[in-house]
Design a protein around this ligand. Structure first.
Ligand code: 16G
Ligand code: ZN
Length: 550
């Protein structure tokens, strides 16, 4: 009875306005921040119940709308392992967010608890770690989330403050593994493992000063703030932060990873002093990373290095280390047999897929959205995934890490300082550096920097590994975007029937033509992506296909 009253009371504090409809979608609930109170309060309940279900393990709740405008906000739930909330709970989250009144909400919770065998009010414990980005609605929504968590009796809400999204994912993961899990621990681990990788750079690759300068676009968000805080402790790099979030510009406005990758022009906040230097760009909650270089001070165009090329750099590095460890041993006698997975989405530039396949790798495709890529990557000893938009990471399985650990101690007895020993140490340091829970702009950037130094590569060397095919994206407004159903990792349409044939007919007119359409998971539009051998051809293919969608 006490439990019922608590749920009813919390739900009454944040009544759902008529006509509002929330969908958990690709990455949680998102809307204009001031309207998000009810959905966030209810997401707090879901998170608390999830923690109860997981026997009291810590669960996370992040308040952010990522690369979206300042007025928007959003909420997503982080599971016990630091990844996205298990997809089989999404329908429950949707149902709860859309329950029209407190009574309906209570019935949904009771039924779900029964189905999931969650015994409400029976002295269980639960903990939800909360974080938010720098948006002005963050504090109001934090309060809504706390009220939702507290409506589940026995649940504790812990406010972790203003963090990047990947920091909270990391903290939840570490906490549940019984590891050190504070923000300070995160910084220490990132900084130490980066330093360790730099120590393992071959002596003949000593980087020059030009190569040490790195200019970072913080999107006027949390990533820039955090980087300002720690940049002095990062050895071997001369970091300059633009759009640091200290008040000089508006969050995500004509800056940040999403803008840079989509518009391919110089973001606000950059000036003549940055021309020619290597630049990195984070999105508003610092889970996406792209690189770019300003070509000249009289030109707004940039050379872009997107998620696909970051992925390719990581693949080259990891493969090289594994080859060093395995030496010339044949398949049956490998020192470190490795199941190696490379995961992309339909948005991956075709040139990147060709590049990876020409290395002899099998590339696997999933639907758009981190939850799909991440899940697939977990099937490998080393799973590397990236979306073209810059969200991705490198996952090392526990089994593989323990193999690496025993190898390094073996090598250090027999052949300390050997190239095999060093390669194993590099992989271990990389597994410490790069976020194992989710894509992370800050730690991903440091891994990029360590690899460029390891290879003695300039930005240009990196650009040159392959040349992107020209591509074009369009949005089409339609009556009902759910009428389009896709298959084969969103690369083909299966409904409405006949549409795929029309698309195929258009593609046939272009050399290197590739095109697909899919309903957006975050906006009420259908997206069209086209690729071809020239800019004009990609534009015209996209336009032709868009007409078939309208
Ligand atoms: C979300 C996803 C991102 C995906 C994008 C696609 C996460 C953390 N974020 O931002 O990975 O690329 O949605 O949006 O999963 P769309 O469905 O509107 O094209
Ligand atoms: Zn983001």
């Amino acid at each position: 009875a006490e439990q019922r009253a608590a749920l009813l009371a919390a739900a009454s504090l944040f009544p759902v306005p008529d006509g509002a409809r929330f969908s958990y979608g690709t990455a949680g609930f998102r809307a204009e921040g001031s309207t998000m109170g009810p959905a966030v309060c209810r997401a707090g309940m879901v998170a608390a119940l999830r923690s109860v279900k997981l026997g009291g393990a810590a669960v996370g709740l992040v308040l952010t709308a990522s690369h979206n405008p300042l007025r928007d906000n959003g909420v997503k739930i982080v599971d016990e392992d630091g990844g996205m909330m298990s997809q089989d709970w999404e329908p429950f989250a949707d149902a709860l967010a859309n329950a029209p009144n407190p009574d309906a909400l209570l019935q949904i919770v009771l039924k779900f608890a029964k189905d999931e065998d969650i015994r409400l009010g029976e002295g269980h414990s639960a903990q939800v770690l909360l974080a938010r980005d720098t948006r002005p609605t963050g504090e109001y929504l934090l309060d809504a989330a706390v009220k939702g968590v507290n409506a589940v009796i026995g649940a504790v809400a812990l406010d972790m403050g203003i963090l990047t999204t990947p920091q909270l994912h990391w903290i939840v993961r570490c906490k549940n593994k019984g590891l050190k899990a504070s923000e300070m621990d995160y910084f220490t681990q990132v900084i130490d493992s980066f330093r360790c990788l730099l120590k393992l750079v071959p002596k003949d690759k000593g980087a020059d000063v030009m190569n040490n300068r790195l200019v970072v676009d913080g999107a006027n968000g949390i990533g820039g703030l955090k980087l300002e805080e720690i940049k002095a402790r990062i050895s071997g790099l001369d970091i300059h932060v633009r759009n640091s979030g200290n008040g000089e510009g508006i969050l995500n406005e004509r800056c940040g990873a999403d803008f840079v990758q989509k518009e391919k022009v110089v973001p606000l906040g950059f000036g003549p002093e940055d021309v020619g230097f290597r630049c990195a760009s984070f999105d508003g909650d610092a889970d996406r990373l792209v690189y770019f270089r300003i070509v000249s001070s009289t030109d707004t165009r940039i050379d872009l290095v997107d998620g696909d090329k970051i992925l390719s750099l990581f693949v080259l590095f990891v493969r090289e280390q594994i080859d060093i460890i395995n030496g010339n041993n044949d398949e049956g006698n490998k020192v470190l047999p490795t199941r190696f997975g490379v995961i992309q989405t339909a948005y991956a530039n075709g040139a990147s897929t060709d590049f990876l396949e020409n290395l002899g790798l099998e590339v696997v495709f999933t639907s758009t959205g981190v939850k799909y890529l991440h899940k697939k990557s977990l099937e490998y000893d080393i799973g590397i995934y990236f979306e073209a938009n810059g969200h991705g990471t490198v996952l090392f399985s526990d089994h593989f890490v323990s193999q690496l650990e025993s190898l390094t101690s073996e090598f250090s007895l027999k052949a300390s300082g050997s190239s095999q020993h060093q390669a194993a140490m590099r992989l271990l340091a990389a597994s410490q550096l790069i976020n194992q829970a989710v894509g992370d702009a800050l730690s991903g950037m440091l891994l990029v920097e360590a690899i460029l130094q390891y290879k003695g590569w300039s930005f240009q060397n990196w650009c040159d590994i392959y040349t992107d095919l020209p591509s074009r994206q369009l949005k089409v407004k339609v009556q009902d975007r759910t009428a389009i159903v896709t298959t084969d990792a969103e690369r083909r349409v299966c409904q409405p029937s006949g549409l795929q044939e029309l698309i195929d007919g258009e593609i046939a007119n272009y050399s290197h033509g590739r095109c697909f359409v899919r309903p957006s998971g975050t906006e009420d539009v259908v997206r069209v992506y086209a690729e071809a051998s020239t800019e004009e051809a990609a534009n015209s293919l996209a336009k032709q296909v868009a007409q078939h969608v309208e």
